[in-house]
Design a protein around this ligand. Sequence first.
Ligand SMILES: [Zn+2]
Length: 509
Amino acid sequence: MPGQHDSRHTPDLLLTSVRQPGDEICSDVHIRDGLVAAINPSSGKSAASLPGAQGVDFDGRYVIPGLWDEHVHMTQWALTSNRLDLAGAGSAREAAAVVGNYLAGAGLAGEGGATRPASAPTLVGVGFRDAIWTDLPSLDLLDRVTGGLPTALISHDLHCVWLNSAAARTYGVPVDASGLLREEPAFGLTRELGTLPDTVVDPWVRAAAAAAAARGVVGIVDFEMTWNRDPWLRRIAGGCDALRIEAGVYPQDLDRAVAEGLRTGADVAGGRGLLTVGPLKVLTDGSLNTRTAYCVDPYPNGGYGLLTVSEAELLALLVRARQAGFVPAVHAIGDAANRVALDAFEAAGVTGRVEHAQFVRSEDFARFSRLGVIASVQPAHALDDRDTAEANWPGRTDRSFPLRSLVAAGATLALGSDAPVAPLDPWTAMSAATARARQDGRGPWHPEQALTRREALTASARGRGRLRVGDPADIAVLDADPLTVSDTEFAAMPVAATLVAGRFTYGGV
Ligand SMILES: [Zn+2]
């Protein structure tokens, strides 16, 4: 039942000696019933002056409204977080060493090989680039470091899987002395590796949620491509309560969602106030890296990308969403796709969000605010895709990842990661948005499109720039001032504590 775990019976909380970024003086933040009840200059008095309140002294640390990741694929992120990263391996021998060291660190290695704990799934590694290796992978090389633990390593381009003998046995796939599967058999096994029982995945999701809370995150919009309500009800009932979840719905499930009385923003009964219905996710085009983002101008090698839904179908879907009380979140990456999406919002007379908005015609910047369409953007992609964008949108990247242009035209931004494409860490996203550079010596990319720190923080906290009385007590406590630290420190901001509705989900007491 909603309200079942209502915070009414928890004692008041007093966060003492905290500062809002930009403030000279320290404040005490009084939390009652899950809300910010008062913010007063620090009195120096202990919490005892507030009868019944529990006091936590933060010694001058900085408080900001808790952070949201507005675009996550949470199950995929949890799977990725539990896969061994082999991107740095310069040879087959090195990749095997990474696996061996990992197993040793996890206490799973042993002479004659690791044995598989009954509950442990196959060890999966990802991201190796055998095209640049000078030595060859082999069954024997991998067997020597893994022993009896089924191990499958997936290449960066997904076209190849390197197995050990135990995995070949477990999955019933024949491999020769190379230990390699390629193309169809590799795709088939990769799909199978992604299909794990809930009893394995749920604890991983819970760990990923806890890791997000440790970065100051209080909520996510989950766009996992599935019927999201029931997995989250199960996880929350099982104690996964570190984040607020807005569970997205896909068009193939819209009839079911309507039949069950769901609409965007509705609290999901049984979700302990942590689970609400998210937007209706609608795809209109592909991606830049596959050159399927739908564009006004042709790609250098020809073609305009792919419009995956007709304009008439998109309009019909948005009208349906409006009638059913769903906020549409329309995936649009190319500038033609963004034009199509905005046209559909305008024609349907509905507000909502564009997911990605990576490449936008100049004449469309102002339409976001005029139509009440939020630009849900993932700034880390700008740095990941820098070279690809220059190659495919030559001479036009001044309007790619156009954060400043959108803000200048009045648009509201919502920052996210698109995890697992980028890590579920808003400091990575905010760092990319503000510095437009990595610490790789290359210098910033289109720095004129950067946000200020304040803008990035506000766009990561649902428009809340500061803690205000009456707001939900969703709060992150930082060890440093996010407005004045260096770019490097900002990207790795140390978080001291996180609260959701006045409850510590990380740090604190
Ligand atoms: Zn996505």
